[in-house]
Design a protein around this ligand. Structure first.
Ligand code: CO
Length: 138
């Protein structure tokens, strides 16, 4: 089984609010805004700005109990996670786990992009949050 990631699917950037994030990434840096998705169950609003084969995802909180609130309180925003695209998330998760990564949750969940995703615990990735996303490269 080939567990080599095929590309960086997206970079997740935490922002205190989408307006400030869009002023930087869309208006100043020129990336197109593709769409905005609300995920109330995770307390998030996510803006998708494609850049070639990858996407910048701006992650903003809907309230102060959101999945990104602790990160924002500690760091004020910035690079939140790197998402590697893989063909087989189960195989890639098992492979990473064999090499000492702690994969979060019981298994993949459906991410904001509509594909199965799974995060690794940042304490096992030298401080960088890593997400795997399953999407066929073929
Ligand atoms: Co992500």
């Amino acid at each position: 089984m080939n567990t080599t990631p095929t590309c960086i699917n997206h970079l997740g950037i935490a922002v205190p609010n989408l307006e400030a994030g869009l002023a930087l990434w869309r208006d100043a840096l020129g990336l197109p805004l593709e769409r905005i998705v609300e995920m109330p169950d995770r307390g998030l609003r996510i803006a998708f700005l494609p850049c070639g084969p990858t996407t910048i995802e701006l992650i903003a909180p809907l309230h102060d109990q959101s999945e990104v609130s602790k990160f924002l309180a500690e760091r004020g925003g910035g690079l939140h996670h790197v998402c590697l695209q893989v063909d087989d998330i189960a195989a890639a998760s098992d492979h990473a786990a064999l090499h000492g990564l702690r994969m979060l949750g019981e298994g993949p969940k459906l991410g904001a992009e509509g594909y199965p995703v799974r995060f690794a615990h940042p304490k096992t990735t030298a401080g960088a949050l890593v997400e795997l996303l399953e999407k066929s490269s073929g």
